[in-house]
Design a protein around this ligand. Structure first.
Ligand code: GLN
Length: 484
């Protein structure tokens, strides 16, 4: 059961081979057995899960089931879900039970999907290793001494370890793709504006985008069908017709032009990752694709630009957490200002505070022009690099992450080393483009390697086609970690 595709699980449910309640219980038992080793979930509410499964069974019985009805998913703890503890990985929200559903949650609920629980994440989605979570680090199911990547590390570990059928993530600078790569699963960050951010706790609003994380591209396509769509409650939600992201999955790849950015294969890339990615490109040539060398000359500026813009937006977004309205409030204080200060000092972790300080600094009078405005200009140049590149190719490929999963604690005291984990993913967010990661082999210590596929705006269906054809020809995506 745990290795079936979403389509197969749905078929089994509709054929009454298993009920949604039985399926949810199977997963809850597996979570109980394995989660203590992985720490992939922050919150489980079995009664809520089973009640939802029961409702799904009623819907299945009446023949009104949709594709995902009755299937158990996990949700990153960044999505507000009514009646669920929603912490965003932070002590600041340790007691916040959401009174409403995020748009993404509503979409899953309307489809009749079942919520198994909320997955662990870096605090406020700031991190690349899941070590900044107030709820402890997540362990990589392929080697529990290693990180699962971040910030959607709980989701990636839960999907890889078969602790859910599939799950959601969010990606501000790489947080769907990098953990997907490090845990050997598939994940897609859609074009900015495709999935509503309503009810998704904001980190850097001009970059944040939700997306599916699953065991295959085909599963991602089915989830994207449910997650996308215009929502008037998000001012950056795009008014576009609903698409069927499975429509092109089976198309042949003959004539596909793959752009390989020379900057993605330069210094800083580990040999084992380079080898696996090159082997994947060779496989694509066999499938009928051709390869062109392209250049994204501003790649190296994407990290400095991101670490001006993302903290600037975060410093503003996180000002709402003040101990007054909801969340953590310091137990002892003298006056209002002292209450704000102590609540924020005690409620936020180190990395979050670092970002708030940087963000406040780059937005302050005298530095705004030198840092924030300059970064905005370079952001435009980075986006133009892609526009130029897509004149010569249909998709861009390269590594998702410069290395495979590193050891827990290895980059803990060096934020800049940690920030480099996203060197190949961040530019995609800055440009607002869609990007995905699929498993393409194993590197040193038998850790998974991710292949990144970057598409032009709104080209998700083609990217999923490109990923799916590779997954038909190879079996990297169906390998499972041995965890007992
Ligand atoms: N690792 C990056 C950061 O720490 C990206 C995180 C994300 O995409 N949410 O900001």
């Amino acid at each position: 059961m745990f290795n079936l595709s979403l389509q197969q699980i749905g078929d089994a449910l509709r054929a009454k081979k298993i009920s949604s309640v039985e399926l949810a219980q199977l997963y809850l038992d597996r979570i109980n057995a394995l989660n203590p080793k992985l720490n992939a979930y922050i919150t489980l509410q079995p009664e809520t899960t089973l009640a939802q499964a029961q409702a799904a069974d009623v819907r299945l019985a009446t023949g009104k089931a949709d594709v995902l009805t009755g299937i158990p998913f996990a949700q990153k703890d960044i999505f507000c879900a009514k009646g669920w503890l929603t912490t965003c990985g932070s002590k600041m929200l340790h007691n916040f039970v959401s009174p409403y559903d995020a748009h993404v949650i509503t979409q899953f609920n309307n489809a009749g999907a079942v919520n198994l629980g909320k997955t662990n994440m870096d605090e406020f989605a700031m991190g690349s290793s899941n070590e900044t979570s107030h709820y402890g680090s997540v362990k990589n199911p392929w080697d529990t001494a290693r990180v699962p990547g971040g910030s959607s590390g709980g989701t990636a570990a839960a999907v890889a370890a078969r602790l859910c059928a599939a799950a959601t993530g969010t990606d501000t600078g790489g947080s769907i793709r990098q953990p997907a790569a490090l845990c050997g699963i598939s994940g897609i960050k859609p074009t900015y504006g495709t999935v509503s951010r309503y009810g998704m706790i904001a980190f850097a609003s001009s970059l944040d985008q939700a997306g599916p994380m699953a065991r295959s591209a085909e599963d991602c396509a089915l989830m994207l069908n449910v997650m996308t769509g215009f929502d008037e409650r998000d001012s950056t939600s795009l008014q576009r017709d609903k698409e069927d992201y499975t429509r092109d999955l089976a198309k042949p790849l003959n004539g596909l032009r793959i752009g390989l950015p020379k900057e993605f294969f330069a210094e800083g890339l580990s040999d084992d990752v380079a080898q696996a990615v090159e082997a994947a490109i060779a496989e694509y040539k066999k499938l009928g694709a051709t390869v062109v060398e392209i250049s994204l000359p501003n790649t190296k500026l994407s990290i400095p630009v991101y670490y001006v813009l993302a903290p600037a937006e975060a410093s503003s977004n996180l000002s709402r957490f003040d101990g007054v309205r909801y969340g953590y409030r310091a137990p002892d204080y003298t006056d209002l200002a002292d209450m704000y200060e102590k609540s924020r000092a005690q409620g936020f972790g180190e990395e979050v505070k670092r970002r708030i300080m940087i963000g406040t600094y780059v937005l302050s009078h005298g530095y705004y022009d030198a840092y924030y405005l300059q970064a905005q200009k370079i952001r435009r140049l980075i986006a133009q690099d892609f526009t130029e590149a897509f004149k010569h190719c249909d998709v861009i490929m390269g590594p998702t992450s410069p290395s495979t999963a590193f050891k827990l604690g290895e980059k803990g005291d060096d934020p800049v080393q940690m920030y480099l984990s996203d060197i190949y993913t961040i530019a995609v967010n800055l440009a607002g483009l869609p990007g995905m990661s699929i498993p393409c082999g194993f590197g040193e210590n038998n850790m998974p390697v991710g292949l990144q596929i970057i598409g032009n705006y709104f080209d998700e269906a083609r990217m999923l086609n490109v990923a799916h054809k590779y997954q038909l020809a190879t079996d990297w995506h169906s390998r499972a970690p041995q965890i007992i």
